[in-house]
Write a protein that binds this ligand. Sequence first.
Ligand code: ADP
Length: 606
Amino acid sequence: MRLQVSGPLSHILPMIFTRRSAFLCVASLASVFIIGGAASFTPLERYYFQRQAEQNNVPLRLAAESLRAALDRYAPLPALIAERPSLTQLLSRPDDGALVAQVNEDLRQTASVVRASDVFLMDITGKTLAAASYLGPESNLDRNFSYKTYFAQALRGDLSSFQVYGTTTGEQGYFYAAPVEDGDRIVGVLAIRFNITAFESVWRGADSEFAVFDSNDFILMSSRPDWHFRAMRPLSDATRQVIAQNLQYPIDRIDLLPITTRSLSESAQYLSIEGDRRESFVMSSLKLPDRNWTIASLSPTTPATLNALRTLLIAGLTILLILVGLLAYLLRQARHLEKLSQQEKAKRALEVAVADRTAELRQALADLEQTQTELVQAGKLAGLGQMSAALSHELNQPLAAVKTYSDNARAFLRRENIKEADENLGRISKMVDRMASISAHLRNFARRPQQAIGAVQLDAVVQDALGVVDVRLNSEGGRVVYNLADSDVYVIGGHVRLQQVIVNLINNALDAMAGQNDPVVELSVSGTSLRVRDTGAGLDPEISNQIFDPFFTTKAPGKGLGLGLSISYNIVSDFGGTLTVTNHQDGGAIFCVMLLPATSEHMAAQ
Ligand code: ADP
């Protein structure tokens, strides 16, 4: 997905959303996760401890059940055995050697059947009269156990059970005792002892350690031999005394297990033991009913710690992946925004450049217009100057002549020389005519005649024009060769003005050939075009584009006004035609008047 931004955001976002900020964002997220991960390790580990404790529960219950079942199996035995008559007989005749031997053997067989480590008979003083172990080196025979709690309890008529450290055998033993009765009278006590180390060897194969401790938290049994007879909490002096009296535990061997505990749940604890090496366990415990014992399973914490670490590692790797993905995404967006902002900047720069260039162009255009206006103005002034110079020249000459002739006329009149005076007045009149003709030319130039444009017969116009130039040809010499292709050509124009154009072109041709012997002007018509050719010097290319300008002339002062071609050009344009000039390859100029052919409508309008 790409970020689409527009408006003011497109300026702000690229500033906030840089590659640096992407790195910073991801780095701060990473630090938050690292701190979070470190902080969550302990609760996570605790969670796995609790799960481990739950898993411990099943084997723990099994162990507890098998222990309880085994112990309960032996419970009724002393009472059953105590009912044998031979026992009361022996108690009444303790010195009967044969009877002692018989009862000894009897008890030995019984012990062998029930797998007890010993079965023995005591009189009411606690002295052992007969014992299954009578043959063995550790025999209880003739020993006195009146100090034992189980003896005292049985003597009171109770069934008793008691766990002791076998002071004689060095083994842990469990004792059950029952009174031997003769009628209503208690005459002795029968006790049965069995070995409980068998359980420990079974436990040793398991993943977890097992321990059984009594209400004093004194460990009675354990899968770990080094925990035997260790106390899990300090024993009070009174407790120690009771234990010492009963020879219940090896008091000299009791020492404290250096443990620290932390509660995990109602039945589970975290337990660490400081020894040669520090060991830590998840301990699940269960109270054994009737006996005030607690059985506990202790599984090492390593799997739970490893599980917590693994979970954290997986979470960390997942988060790392997500963060790397996020970083890649943010970097891509930042690059995209950077590009957008660069494009925006480039666009703005371009816009500014375009605006600058437009302003420059506008300025240049304004300057150009200004220059153009100035040029037109200068051109107008130049034209005016040219015209003034030409006009003053054209008019000054006849005026000066008029002045001379009138002075002469007055002088002749004073001398009453009428004829000379009249002659001079005649010259003045001619000069005035000439000035009138100049004035007429000017008027022609200034004002367009209102003559209507229509169909004119080209040949007729040419013939009239030839009539006008005839006077000059007669006085100055020269010829006009007119070759007429078709006398029925009608063109659009005005008769008088078209004639004026033709006269003007013939006059210019004659002027160009001045000094030539028998100059010839060729007039030809083809289609609706009329060509006037002379054999003069032709046109200098430098001036060929100026000759149609008003007041442009190369002729000597008094010879030309420079208006002829300009007027002719305008007249032909008015007719919708064109007037052009070229030089002939054999010398001389060709002026071409191209006119529009008259249509039937023009003809009808005539
Ligand atoms: P003007 O004849 O009074 O000079 P025009 O406008 O008729 O004014 O002619 C302008 C100029 O064109 C002339 O001065 C001359 O230099 C040139 N010109 C016109 N006709 C010809 C021609 N047939 N041959 C050579 N130059 C010509």
